[in-house]
Structures are given as structure tokens and as C-alpha cells.
Design a protein around this ligand. Structure first.
Ligand code: ATP
Length: 852
């Protein structure tokens, strides 16, 4: 049958080879092979044309669609990933520096900050080896960075904050404001990754005993009923939710490491145990009819996407969720987390759950042998139902309303333990329902707490959820509202950057909430500047760190430490993430009690990524990357009418450049990064969530947690900041058991990154060549991209790679590469960079750079 080529598939032409792949022998027929076919030959398996590991039969290729594929033989059985696991050591792996900047905001703000710090120590080149750190708030030199607008000087927020600062009597004085400090501490960001690891190492030696606990599988068998019926039995900040006979099945082969703290204390309060459903109903009625009843619906309505927010959200600001550069100062103070109020090592379980979990992981009840089960779309789900847990009827109603029937595996594994009141560090793959896993038991804690009277001046915040990005905070609050649909008296609010502090203050005053979702920087602002807020935080019973490893990383740690210090020690703490490195496990006791449980639903020996997500890496020199990216996208779009693609770029300004370019090439693109106003970010995020047929070019603001359904492809252009970031970015596709694809596009000198992900099933894509027409088209499109955007991208690019330990080591080589990038954007001469910036980057007098 003759092959009919679609015009759009003809961009490939072997005559323009990709340099760096001399061994590539492209047959003439390759011309007919779309890039995707060559990168994803598995597609052919669907067409029955080739075995999965076979080279595609090129002549057979006709119209190629990016069709779903099956789990590869021999790959991780997705049906059995609910297993006890120990983190695999990754010794010897090369990891990209954690100090890589997420965007170049810091860089521009350094410049701004220099005016006030001209004579300080940071003027010394040796203190500023990279552009990846430092002050982000702009000022005098804003002109050099046209995209960045000033927030502090002209917003109500800054004025309000200024007043509040002068008047407020809080524990974080302005002079000691880490947020302020970190923006001037360029060097902390500069070497953050190393520093972090070194510090962690130190901590490990000093305190590294918190994971020595027992690895348990099935504990106890009691089929518990609902607990904790008595408000009166729960006073003050005690852990009412800990007591009783909660089902605490610790899921099948889920790894469940206990800390080595006190484990002998049982739950002795008899009043907490064994309540029937009717009691639950009664309790709920009582609580839901409490002081907030009338406000309930309103609270939820206003929880997040309030009109107020959108009104002010065009206040551009530096991105607290992306900013880094904090130091470890004061960190040691937090190592004395109180451990006295720990629960016992009680053996309490729910046999039904246990049985279900065993089934869900393919464990035969009789012989205990693990059966492998083939992967399928629902393999992220367990066989347990929410009703089997000690969840209140109104929550169950909310769950049903959300369309959730069975628990996901991470929910099945963690819920009973959390409901029991234990601190938990949980690791589960991306898109498997971790948000519900921590929200649901948190809501139960609120339900069990005494209702707050209307006249209470400073009603306590009972649950505090910390998220690293605004998008994620919004999303978590939305999920909370879904679950709270029938809990009319429970309110959720969000405090994030990018909106005026004063309006958040007003909103919180008008509609006090019991559950607060926040980004660290903004929460700290409220602690410092909002009257009565610190008092309200003293009511916190549950503290959640979503994306815990990121929040505990150097970029956020200082804020997190302050926040931990601002909530009661007598609390329950939940840490969730898809990646929990050894380092995180060593430092997690900053937040967790020693007897916390580490629960992982990632099967031992299996990858942290989903087997149904096909991962490829593609190595091509810089000058071929834009045309390649275009080619990949064009083909994916042609093959997938419902395409939904995320393109991750290294920095915000590079994101803007790539978005501009793809827009010029007439692809349907949107961009999102920290330099966009919050209103824009929220709008684009919502649009992408709902849309199909859209490409979102993004910085790492979308890397973690964001739940965009049905993403068909994730492309990562350039070096990911670290292994974990690669995993989280990739995790935007393949959610809820869906299939997806991921491509990592690296330059030859970035290939070293692959060693840090060598345990993941990333296969090398055959290097495609680029049709000269495509190349020309891209060059033409680049010529239409605004010069200032290219200049900003160049500077950002330089800053990003300068902060990488490996690439930034040889400054001359770095500048050569940066100038190559500049040429790829169509610039004959590299843009000039302010001398001060060069100084901060440690790049003064490096040949090849132009200073201004
Ligand atoms: N029990 C359930 N049944 C079906 N869908 C669920 C269930 N629980 C959660 N979900 C849905 O699964 C999706 C992914 O959930 P969520 O965003 O919490 O994943 P995650 O594990 O936190 O991912 P990430 O690691 O990327 O943050 C969401 O759309 C959520 O509504």
C-alpha cells in the first residue's frame, strides 16, 4: 500500500543532520518517519507492526498516531506497587546542583538590590558565583528587566505591610525577616545544593536515627468503628484524634518505617473508642450546626477564587514559591522537636482493609505470595472503600459527590494511620491522590474539635496546609472544598503570594476558617503582619507539608522553620511527596515526631515514575533544539486531536522566549511562570486544566503537584534542576493511571544528568534530523521574537547554568555555551549584561561576555 505523506510530516530531512550523532545512519526512508515515530517506536506495536524493542519497520509507517501503549513486559507491575520498600541508595550518582535557579527573577533582583548593597560583602565576586540566588525584589535597576514590575513600592500591600511592620509586635522582626534576608543572600542560593547536602549529612550523623524503626506490614486486626465522639474529651491542643481504636492498617507491602521514639504508649482514653455511625451523625450534626453554620457556604465560596482575589491579583510580585536562597541559620534550633506526646506502638487494624490491600497488591491470602497483576488504568486504586475507614458520614458524602469510590493505594495505606493521630511521611507516585490522603483525615480532626463560637475573636486555625506554589495551594483548597461540601460549618481559605496582603487579611477577618492553605512566604508575611494571626495559628492541630521534600529543601526551609515554630509542638504533622530522598528522610524530623511512620507505596525495586508513561531522552546540540522541539510538537499535535502538552523550560525568561517562538510558529501555546501576574497565572492554569488542544510552556511553577487532567506529553527542554524535579515534571502526565509520554531534550554537555536518573526507564531516542525548511521556519520565527526577550533569556540562561556545579565550573566554557545559545536565538552578538550582574555571577572579565 503506498504511503501517503501528510505535508506536516515532511519536516524531517536527513540532509540536515543533527550534529553530535555522527554514527547516525539515516536511510532515505527516514524522511517519511515523523519524529514521534522514531522517538516512540512503541507506537508501532499497537499497529501490530513491530515488537516493542524492535526498530520500526519504516516502510510500514503510515499515518502515525501517538497512541497509547501497554506496559512494557518486564517493567514494574503497576498492580503491585503497593509494596514495602526501602529507598534505593543512589550512591555515586551525579546529581544536578540543587542551587539551580528556577527562574531568573533572582538575577534581576540582585541587580535591583545592589543599590542598597553596593558596599556590602556581596560585591565581592567570590561571594557570588552564580546568578541563581539572591534578592528578587526589584528597585533601581528595574529598567534592565523590562518584564519585571515593581510590587512593593507601589502596591497597597507594601504600604499596608509597611505600616503593619512598624506597628506589629510579632516574633519576626523586619530586620530579621528571612524573606528579606534571603533575597540579599545571593551566596546562599549560589551554593545551596551543596550546602544543603552537606548540612544534611551533618544532621544525619547527629540525628539520623529517626528511621530506624520497624518495617511493618500488617499490624493488628481490629475492625474499628468511628472514634472520638466527645468534644469534651478533647481539650486544648491535645490529640483527640489519636486515641481510640482507629483502624490502622498499614497497607500491605507498603513500607512503614517507624521512628525510634516512644512506642509503648497506648491510647488509653476509653471515651474515644468505638462509636457507631449514629454517634458520628450526631456529632456531625452538632458540629455542623455550630457557630459557623450560617457562614459555612459563604466560607467555602470565598475560600479561594474569590472576586477579591482577582481584583488584586494583577499585583505583580516576586514569586515566593519559586524563590530560593535561604540559609540554614537557626535550623538547629528546631531539632529539639518535642516528642513526649507520642502515641503508643499500638497494634490496631482493620482486617477488611488489610484483606483488600492484600488483594490490591496481588498478595494471596493463603500463601502470602505476591502475585503480579498486569498494569491497568485503575492500578493506582486499591480495593478498599472509603466507608471502610473511620470517616464521618458527611465526608463520605463529599467523597461520593467527588466521584471517588475506592481509595487510591496511598489513601488506603495512610488514612488509617493518620486517623489514628500518627505523624506520617508518605511517598507515593505522582497523580495518585495524595491530596485527599492528607485532607480527609485533617477534616476529621476539624470535625472532632469543639465548634467555635461566633463571638470568638481569634478562632483557631486547626489545619495548616503548606504548598510550595500558588497553583498547588489553590488546587489543594479546591479539593478541600469538594470534600467539605456537606460540612457546612467548616471553612477553607488560601493565602498565597501575588495578591494584596490587606485583602487576604480582610477576608480572613470576615470569614475565619478552620483550614488554611498557604504558600510559605505569604504565610510568614501574615505571621509577621496580620494582627491576631499568630494567635490563631496556635490552634493548629494538623500541619501538612505537601511536596514536603521541596519545602524542606534549602529554598523554603527557613520559612518552614519559622512556620513550624509558630504552630504548637503538640500537633500532628503530615509530609507528602512523590519523591522522598534519603536526605529528606534524614531531616524530616525538623517537622515530624520521632515515632512518625514512613509509608511508601512505591514498590521496592521499582521506579518512582509510572510504567505507563513512556520516557525518552533526546540529545541534540543547542542549535538543533528549537527546530526539534517544534518538530516534536507539530507531530504530536497532528497525531493527537486531544493533545495537551507541557513544555518545561529552565527559567521564566527562557519559558517566555520559547512560548514566543512557538506562538510565532502558529502553535496553540500559553505560557506560565513566576514573572506573570497571579491573575494571569490562575487564568492560564484554569484554562489549561479544562482545555484540550493546548500547549503550556512553563517554568517549574507547574512542576509539582499541579493536577492537569489528560496531559498527553511532557517535554523537558534543558537540564532539570535535579532528579526529583525531572520526576515531578514528568508526573504531570500519566495521572490516575492514564498513559502518557515524556521527552527530555538535552544538549550533549547536559548528558551527565542521565546518570542521576539511570534507574528510571528512560530510553534513548534515535536522534532525528531536522528538515531545512523546518530549520528556516524556526529561524524566521525567532527573528520576530522581541529583542528584549532574547536578551533576558540569554542572561537567565547564563545564570541558570552558572549555578550548576558542573557546568558553571568552567566559566570560559560556560560563556561559550551561553553564546551558542545566543546564536540559536538568531543573535549575532551576545547581549551585554550589567557589570554588577556579571560580578555577582562571578563572571567579570570572562572572555566572550559583553558588559554594560
Ligand atoms: N480515591 C480516588 N479515586 C479517584 N480519583 C481520585 C481519588 N483521590 C484523588 N483522586 C483524584 O486523583 C487526581 C490526582 O490526585 P492528586 O493531585 O492529589 O495527586 P498527587 O498524588 O498529589 O500528585 P502529585 O504527586 O503530582 O502532587 C486528582 O484529580 C484527584 O481528584
Amino acid at each position: 500500500m503506498p504511503i501517503k505523506l501528510l505535508p506536516h510530516l515532511r519536516f524531517l530531512n536527513p540532509s540536515v543532520s543533527v550534529t553530535g550523532f555522527p554514527s547516525m545512519n539515516i536511510q532515505p526512508t527516514v524522511r517519511t518517519i515523523p519524529t514521534f515515530c522514531r522517538i516512540f517506536p512503541f507506537k508501532l506495536q499497537y499497529l501490530g507492526l513491530t515488537r516493542i524493542n524492535q526498530q520500526p519497520q519504516i516502510p510500514s509507517v503510515r499515518k502515525l498516531t501517538t497512541r497509547p501503549f501497554r506496559t512494557r513486559p518486564g517493567s514494574q507491575s503497576s498492580g503491585s506497587d503497593f509494596n514495602r520498600t526501602r529507598e534505593r541508595g543512589r550512591g555515586g550518582e551525579v546529581r544536578a546542583s540543587k542551587s539551580l535557579i528556577e527562574d531568573e527573577a533572582e538575577l534581576s533582583d540582585w541587580v535591583s538590590d545592589l543599590g542598597s548593597k553596593r558596599n556590602n560583602k556581596y560585591d565581592d565576586d567570590s561571594d557570588f558565583k552564580s546568578a541563581g540566588s539572591g534578592e528578587r525584589r526589584g528597585g533601581r535597576e528595574r529598567e534592565s528587566f523590562p518584564m519585571k514590575r515593581r510590587r512593593e513600592n507601589d502596591s497597597d500591600e507594601s504600604r499596608g505591610r509597611g505600616r503593619m511592620n512598624r506597628n506589629s509586635a510579632n516574633s519576626f522582626s523586619r530586620n530579621d525577616n528571612p524573606r528579606f534576608n534571603r533575597r540579599s543572600d545571593g551566596e546562599s542560593r549560589d551554593d545551596g545544593g551543596d550546602f544543603s547536602r552537606r548540612k544534611s549529612g551533618g544532621i544525619e550523623r547527629g540525628n539520623g536515627n529517626s528511621f530506624r524503626g520497624n518495617s511493618t506490614s500488617f499490624r493488628g486486626n481490629s475492625n474499628s468503628s468511628f472514634r472520638g465522639n466527645s468534644n469534651s474529651s478533647r481539650g486544648g491542643s491535645s490529640y483527640s484524634s489519636r486515641g481510640g481504636n482507629s483502624n490502622s492498617f498499614r497497607g500491605g507491602n507498603v513500607s512503614s518505617f517507624r521512628g525510634n521514639g516512644n512506642t509503648s504508649r497506648g491510647n488509653s482514653n476509653p471515651s474515644r473508642g468505638g462509636n457507631s455511625n449514629s454517634l458520628r451523625e450526631k456529632r456531625n450534626e452538632r458540629n455542623d450546626g455550630g457557630g459557623f453554620k450560617k457562614e459555612g457556604m459563604q466560607l467555602r465560596r470565598e475560600a479561594k477564587f474569590s472576586e477579591d482575589d482577582s481584583d488584586n491579583s494583577d499585583v505583580e510580585d516576586e514569586d515566593e514559591d519559586e524563590e530560593m536562597g535561604k540559609t540554614m541559620n537557626g535550623f538547629e534550633d528546631l531539632l529539639t522537636e518535642e516528642v513526649s506526646d507520642v502515641d503508643g506502638d499500638d497494634e490496631d487494624d482493620d482486617s477488611t482493609l488489610r484483606t483488600n490491600a492484600r488483594k490490591s497488591i496481588g498478595l494471596d491470602k493463603e500463601d502470602g505470595v505476591k502475585r503480579s497483576s498486569p498494569g491497568n488504568d485503575n492500578s493506582y486504586l486499591s480495593e478498599s472503600r472509603f466507608a471502610e475507614c473511620a470517616i464521618s458520614p458527611l465526608s463520605l458524602k463529599g467523597i461520593k459527590g467527588a466521584g471517588y469510590e475506592r481509595m487510591t493505594k496511598v489513601q488506603e495505606a495512610t488514612l488509617p494511620v493518620i486517623l489514628k493521630g500518627k505523624d506520617v511521611l508518605a511517598k507515593a507516585k505522582t497523580g495518585t491522590g495524595k491530596t485527599v490522603a492528607f485532607l480527609l483525615p485533617s477534616i476529621e480532626v476539624v470535625i472532632k474539635s469543639p465548634p467555635v463560637g461566633r463571638d470568638q475573636k481569634r478562632p483557631p486555625i486547626l489545619v495548616l496546609v503548606m504548598c510550595p506554589t500558588r497553583e498547588l495551594a489553590n488546587q489543594a483548597a479546591t479539593e478541600a472544598n469538594t470534600l467539605l461540601k456537606y460540612h457546612l460549618s467548616i471553612g477553607v481559605q488560601v493565602v498565597i503570594g501575588g495578591t494584596r496582603l490587606t485583602l487576604e487579611q480582610k477576608r480572613m477577618q470576615t470569614n475565619p476558617c478552620q483550614i488554611l492553605v498557604a504558600t510559605p512566604g505569604r504565610l510568614k508575611d501574615h505571621i509577621e503582619n496580620t494582627a491576631g494571626f499568630a494567635t490563631r495559628l496556635m490552634g493548629v492541630k494538623v500541619l501538612v507539608l505537601d511536596e514536603a521534600d521541596h519545602l524542606l529543601d534549602m529554598g523554603f526551609r527557613k520559612d518552614i522553620e519559622k512556620i513550624i515554630a509558630a504552630v504548637p509542638k503538640q500537633r500532628q504533622t503530615l509530609l507528602f511527596s512523590a519523591t522522598v530522598s534519603e536526605e529528606v528522610r534524614q531531616i524530616c524530623h525538623i517537622a515530624l515526631k520521632r515515632d512518625h511512620e514512613f509509608i511508601s507505596t512505591v514498590e521496592e525495586g521499582s521506579e518512582e515514575t509510572h510504567s505507563q508513561v513512556r520516557q525518552m531522552h533526546l540529545v541534540a546540540p543547542l542549535d538543533k533544539q528549537f527546530p526539534l522541539l517544534y518538530a516534536l510538537l507539530k507531530e504530536h499535535v497532528a497525531d493527537n486531536p486531544d493533545y495537551k502538552v507541557l513544555v518545561f523550560c529552565t527559567t521564566a525568561m527562557v519559558t517566555r522566549l520559547v512560548s514566543d517562538l512557538l506562538g510565532e510558529l502558529k502553535l496553540n501555546v500559553r505560557e506560565i511562570h513566576s514573572r506573570k501576574p497571579q491573575s494571569y497565572r490562575t487564568r492560564i492554569s484554569d484554562e489549561f486544566r479544562k482545555s484540550k488542544g493546548l500547549i503550556l510552556v512553563t517554568s517549574d511553577v507547574s512542576a509539582r503537584g499541579v493536577d492537569y487532567p489528560d496531559v498527553t506529553l511532557v517535554i523537558q527542554v534543558g537540564l532539570p534542576a535535579e532528579r526529583e524535579q525531572y520526576i515531578h515534571r514528568l508526573g504531570r502526565t500519566g495521572r490516575k493511571g492514564k498513559e502518557g509520554q515524556g521527552i527530555l531534550l538535552l544538549a550533549p554537555w547536559e548528558e551527565f544528568f542521565l546518570s542521576s536518573v539511570k534507574d528510571l526507564p528512560i530510553t534513548k531516542a534515535p536522534a532525528p534530523s531536522v528538515d531545512p525548511d523546518t530549520q528556516k521556519k524556526v529561524e524566521r520565527a525567532l527573528s520576530h521574537v522581541e529583542m528584549k526577550n532574547k536578551e533576558a533569556a540569554y542572561q537567565a540562561w547564563l545564570g541558570y547554568y552558572n549555578s550548576n556545579k558542573k557546568i558553571g565550573k568552567d566559566k570560559c566554557k560556560l560563556v561559550e555555551l551561553a553564546n551558542e545559545f545566543s546564536r540559536c536565538m538568531g543573535l549575532d552578538t551576545p547581549p551585554a549584561i550589567p557589570k554588577l550582574v556579571l560580578g555577582k555571577m562571578g563572571l567579570r572579565n570572562v572572555p566572550g561576555l559583553r558588559a554594560k
